[in-house]
Design a protein around this ligand. Structure first.
Ligand code: IVH
Length: 701
């Protein structure tokens, strides 16, 4: 067999294996055999790209090359939908359309999937581009990432040109599992749509592939108009025939339920038939079904079925006149994005903040909402003037969740200016985030001081951000160490600072000298040393600043990486942060001012042997000796184990008490080791005989 033949054969075989696996859940070969064949094909393709099939199954696995998402112009108009908020408004759309169309019409009703809008372009039957909506005219080419979605056909059985619109999304279950497995709190996504948006724009498609993305397709635009089916029902059945994934929850409205049923059947489509008079009932049903669906929807889409009528109705500048979106009520509010301001944090990190039209939400009026970073703006394809959805869950900072409507001024996606808004220094990019690199940038200095004094840190409540600002501007407070060396009596008389508040300030500063070492350590504001890691360091052999400075001098990170949950990157960051002469100067002055630079040996907790190091534990059911059961998780953590809230492929142990069903079943399915209470007590060196349920909490705490 020559090379070309071998490539042809491997391609054909792997396609069959993939199809069987994803469509029927059957494995025709073992995983290792599959990987071997796939690696062989990739190697041959690399040497002989001329023989590579454009729809090769190796495209599904993604690559480590950096994606740059070039901008491309859409060849179809990628519009959004006009909105309705009541049954009457939908019914009104039906009757207006019928009156205007001058004849019998029928309507398709689909779920409005809350995901990322995508256009898949096929030329001569091959997927050539997958493009985000962008501003409706120009979007970003994200093809390598979309190719990793199994349900996106790389080739279709007819050699035609077609553009297919669909929504890329993540199921609620897929979201939960993926997000739970993410250890870094900062990297957890707020909801499935945000996770999907991030995945669509991952720099490496090999990473996008790890995210359980899927797609529902709902519109097709044929290059050769004469091939276009006569109505939406036949568009969907044709898309299905071509191998696209169609949402099976499809409803169809005609003058009577019976005629709707007949049209559905003639198109060979599954779906539920309705008469026009059923509209209220239908919306009610869908509203209550919403929570039970395996994916998130934010409304329903009603579309005229007959294509000839669609064409005659045409488009406004922004919406088709032949469709309408019914939106569910939501705990979110709509606002207009008036502008974006850029803030500089204490670490120099740049955060864009949305200035929005004043909007009532959760009992307060909101004028600003966080946009996190430039990547987030890119994911939303957010531009000034857009109508956005704002959410505020619990006490958290309000956030811009999604774009509801694009601006009509033609503004394109916002870009953070390249220089620091405070000091004008050119920004640098680190790990996808932008930073002002100037240590003396006033906003950073003020941020560092305010952070040091904040209630979670050194807790100097008489030194809040406003006071810091005033003292900074007056030249009295220009660094953390100034807090202990400045002459605050000079501040009396400054705006808002009377003799009394100055004397309270001096008392507050004095009292803060007694804070324990771990608090001092985390208050320094070193990027990777938050409260938790400062505790971790100080209780794992780094109970003094000198020990940390020594490691920083030697550059030997092994003692740091030996601590559970401190990885190499964090260790390197810590080592390099403590090399900074400025930080060292701060530390030395704080030391001479009497702040704690090592732990008080009396308060050191007994060190536990790290027997669970590297393990990931989940818990289910209830326990005799651990009530609440989180006490058992504490025991795991004390011994170096990590704890998670759901069982995934990364979980190594399930601690199973009485009861507990689904986690146990999942653990059994994944072959996760299941440990009962008795065995657990033995592992941690306490057999159940010696622990009675009443004194257990004391013993174990
Ligand atoms: S039809 C011209 N159908 O909702 C065709 N859109 O504001 C217009 N969406 O940008 C789109 N599910 O991203 C259509 N079944 C569905 C949809 C759907 C979700 C999204 C789509 C669009 C937005 C409309």
């Amino acid at each position: 067999m020559d090379i070309k033949e071998e490539i042809d054969k491997l391609t054909a075989d792997l396609k069959v294996y993939q199809d069987k696996y994803y469509k029927e859940g059957r494995s025709l070969v073992s995983d290792s055999e599959y990987d071997r064949l796939s690696d062989r094909l990739a190697a041959l393709e690399k040497e002989h790209p001329e023989y590579m099939h454009p729809d090769s199954p190796t495209k599904r696995v993604g690559s480590d090359l950096t994606n740059d998402f070039p901008e491309v112009r859409h060849s179809i108009p990628v519009l959004s939908l006009d909105k309705a908020y009541s049954d009457e408004a939908v019914l009104d759309f039906f009757s207006r359309s019928i009156a205007k169309g001058g004849g019998a019409l029928s309507f398709a009703a689909e779920e409005k999937i809350d995901g990322i809008s995508m256009v898949l372009y096929y030329e001569k039957g091959l997927l050539v581009r997958a493009v985000t909506r962008g501003n409706g005219e120009i979007g970003n080419d994200v093809t390598p990432n979309i190719m990793t979605i199994q349900s996106v056909p790389l080739a279709i059985p007819e050699p035609i040109d077609i553009a297919v619109r669909g929504e890329v999304y993540i199921s609620k279950e897929g979201f939960r599992k993926f997000n739970d497995a993410e250890a870094d709190e900062d990297k957890k996504a707020a909801n499935p749509r945000n996770l999907a948006a991030g995945a669509v724009r991952r720099q490496k498609s090999s990473e996008a592939r790890q995210v359980p993305l899927d797609i529902f397709c709902y519109e097709g635009f044929w290059g050769d108009k004469s091939l276009t089916p006569p109505d939406h029902l036949h568009i969907l059945s044709k898309l299905k025939e071509l191998g696209f994934r169609i949402n099976p929850h499809f409803a169809f409205f005609d003058s009577t339920k019976e005629s709707a049923r007949i049209k559905l059947r003639n198109a060979g489509l599954e779906g539920t038939p309705y008469g026009f008079s059923d509209i209220g009932e239908f919306i009610e049903e869908k509203t209550s079904e919403r929570g039970r669906l395996p994916y998130e929807i934010d409304g329903l889409v009603f579309k005229i079925n007959e294509l000839a009528v669609r064409d005659s109705f045409g488009y406004t500048e922004h919406h088709p006149r032949w469709a309408i979106a019914y939106k569910f009520e939501s705990p979110q509010a709509e606002a207009r994005l008036l502008g974006i301001t850029v803030q500089v944090g204490r670490t120099g990190r740049i955060t864009p903040v949305a200035e929005i039209s004043p909007t009532k939400l959760g009992g307060s009026t909101i004028r600003r909402a966080t946009l996190h970073n430039q990547e987030y703006i890119d994911e939303l394809e957010l531009a000034i003037g857009d109508t956005v959805s704002i959410s505020k869950r619990g006490d958290v900072i309000p956030a811009v969740e999604s774009v509801i409507d694009k601006n009509e001024e033609g503004n394109t996606t916002y870009s953070i200016p390249p220089v620091c808004p405070c000091c004008g220094t050119e920004l640098v990019k680190i790990g996808g985030l932008q930073y002002c690199p100037e240590y003396t940038c006033p906003d950073q200095v003020k941020g560092r001081i305010a952070f040091f004094a904040s209630s979670d840190q050194m807790d100097i409540d008489t030194l809040g951000p406003k006071t810091v600002e005033i003292l900074y501007e007056a030249g009295i407070l220009r660094s953390i160490e100034d807090i202990y060396t400045a002459d605050f009596t000079k501040a009396a008389g400054l705006p808002g600072l009377g003799v009394k508040s100055v004397s309270q300030l001096i008392d507050g500063v004095k009292e803060s000298r007694s804070r324990p070492f771990a608090v001092v350590l985390s208050s320094l504001g070193v990027a990777d040393i938050g409260k938790k890691s400062a505790e971790l360091l100080s209780s794992n052999g780094f109970g003094s600043i000198d020990r940390i400075l020594d490691v920083s001098d030697s550059g030997d990170i092994s003692a740091l990486t030996a601590i559970p949950s401190i990885g190499e990157v964090t260790a390197e960051n810590i080592v390099s942060a403590f090399r900074s002469p400025r930080l060292r100067k701060t530390i030395e002055i704080l030391r001479t001012q009497g702040l704690h630079m090592s732990i008080d040996m009396d308060s050191v907790e007994e060190q536990k042997e790290q027997i669970f190091s590297g393990q990931v534990w989940c818990i289910t059911g209830s326990f005799d000796n651990f009530n609440p059961r989180t006490l058992a998780l504490k025991e795991v953590e004390k011994r170096g184990g990590r704890t998670v809230s759901s069982v995934t492929s990364k979980t190594t142990h399930l601690l199973a008490g009485r009861g507990g069903g689904s986690k146990r079943a999942e653990a059994e399915r994944l072959g996760v080791r299941i440990v009962d209470e008795k065995e657990f007590l033995e592992l941690i060196g306490m057999d159940s005989g010696s622990v009675s349920s009443t004194d257990s909490q004391l013993t174990l705490l």
